[in-house]
Design a protein around this ligand. Sequence first.
Ligand code: NAD
Ligand code: ZN
Length: 357
Amino acid sequence: KANDSIIYHIELVHDFSMLPTFLQQLGYGRTQKICIVTDSNVAPLYARDVQDLLEKEFDTVILHTFEAGEHNKNLETVNTLYQTLIEQHFDRQDLLIALGGGVVGDLTGFTAATYLRGIDFIQVPTTLLSQVDSSIGGKTGVDFMQYKNMVGAFYQPKLVYMNLSVLQSLPSRQIVSGMGEIIKHGLIKDDAYYEWLMAHHDAILALEPAVMEEMIARSCDIKREVVEHDPTEKGERALLNFGHTIGHAIEKLCGFSLYHGECVGLGILAAAYLSQKQGNLTKEQLAGISQCLAAFGFQTQIGGISPDAVLSATKSDKKMVGSQVKFILLHTIGDAYIYRELSDAQILDGIRYVCRA
Ligand code: NAD
Ligand code: ZN
């Protein structure tokens, strides 16, 4: 499990009990101060347990909680965290622990990257999306003005500690949202994994521990492999944006009434349709992807959003190169590539496959 390259240790377990031991193995000792950063939903569920466990081995373990929600992933929340750290005299030896979903992870990672020019941090991701996606790869940051992830840094955690049992308290729509990234992993990198997901959808939705463990491990491996080859997104890492160009645009236009992964599901279907139009996928494969998404609880159509508005929103996306949208398509299931030559008319056709005004 341990890995010496840019990616640290990822541990997959079923409770919090080993966290102090792993920290000791990494060389942290009693006098190192720890600040657990979490949000208002996760705090009442898990913060006490984690704090109690750590207090047995570390002298100072404080808790910093902010109000849950993407709208708090901003510099004001970072400011209050800096203040806590300064008041409690945190220095370069000390440690932050991000206990929560992607919002907590991104914000804590950014704070760790910038406080005193960088202090160590640990990811303890508690949503499916953060376990298979945001906790791995070292992207940290916050939103600024109306722009998502506008301010940030590449900064790696020293450990990613995944307690799979916390998924039991996650609302089911958040599980679906995480599945968007997971189905994406199969489609861009591993057709056998994609087939496995389809065959196990009941067990996955029932959160059966052995199946969840296998799935999360496989998805983490795919994400880790891609980002190890291309940590700062100069090439291959862009494949992880499969389904995200149209997905992000829908996410903005639906006023964030759908979760990120739910929009990615629609974006995946649109991109699969465009891949079929290129002659890469068969109609049966496209229908299979649609059925797979539906089986996991995704909607495969969205009404009330203008396809033209989605098209213009794709152009304000960060994935734009010059005036051309960088689009990820499939050669076949399990093999994705970057395609730059899609015309507006083609993209609009793809958007119309999933969006109705
Ligand atoms: P989130 O952190 O907002 O969590 C979703 C909701 O679930 C929140 O209300 C949270 O309080 C609650 N929650 C978390 N864990 C829970 C649990 N175990 N039980 C019950 N409720 C729980 O959202 P998310 O989907 O985890 O992450 C989305 C964020 O991640 C976005 O800000 C996105 O930009 C970011 N992201 C970052 C990367 C990256 O590479 N850094 C990748 C993908 C997404
Ligand atoms: Zn995503």
